[in-house]
Design a protein around this ligand. Structure first.
Ligand code: SF4
Length: 139
């Protein structure tokens, strides 16, 4: 079983409500059972929703509204699903404030990135789950 960001599989959970399926990730379903999760929806965020980025450890909209606690709840629920389904690998959406791993947007809402992890990706990794993204997983 592989935990996967639901938006990579064509689920309409992205902040902007758009469908952006990743064909290479979807193709993994031929040989593996894919478990779709959207940490932001699991944390109670609506779709569509305002974009957020991480700055100084907090998840905020550009106007300053803070959603850190929802993102933390979503990360915990995502970890539970990974554990219930026995996932040891997660393939998550790059640069997202929830799902990004190794690189995330820098909090300036200008498409600049910094080293860092999204809230859910970090919790999964801390609990022994290997995290990859749609750009660096081993096809
Ligand atoms: Fe995709 Fe993750 Fe954002 Fe949900 S939280 S839309 S799964 S990147």
């Amino acid at each position: 079983n592989i935990l996967v960001s639901a938006c990579l599989l064509g689920i309409g959970c992205r902040y902007d409500g758009k469908i952006k399926k990743n064909d290479a990730v979807c193709a993994l379903a031929q040989k593996h059972t894919l478990i779709p999760v959207c940490p932001e929806q699991l944390g109670g965020r609506p779709t569509p929703r305002k974009p957020v980025e991480i700055k100084n450890g907090n998840v905020t909209e550009e106007c300053g509204n803070c959603h850190t606690s929802e993102f933390e709840k979503g990360a915990e629920e995502t970890l539970k699903i990974a554990q219930i389904t026995g996932c040891t690998l997660a393939i998550l959406k790059s640069r997202s404030p929830s799902c990004g791993y190794g690189e995330i947007y820098d909090g300036s809402f200008s498409k600049k990135t910094v080293s860092g992890n999204g809230i859910a990706a970090a919790l999964l990794s801390e609990n022994g789950i290997k995290v990859k993204n749609e750009e660096n997983f081993d096809k």
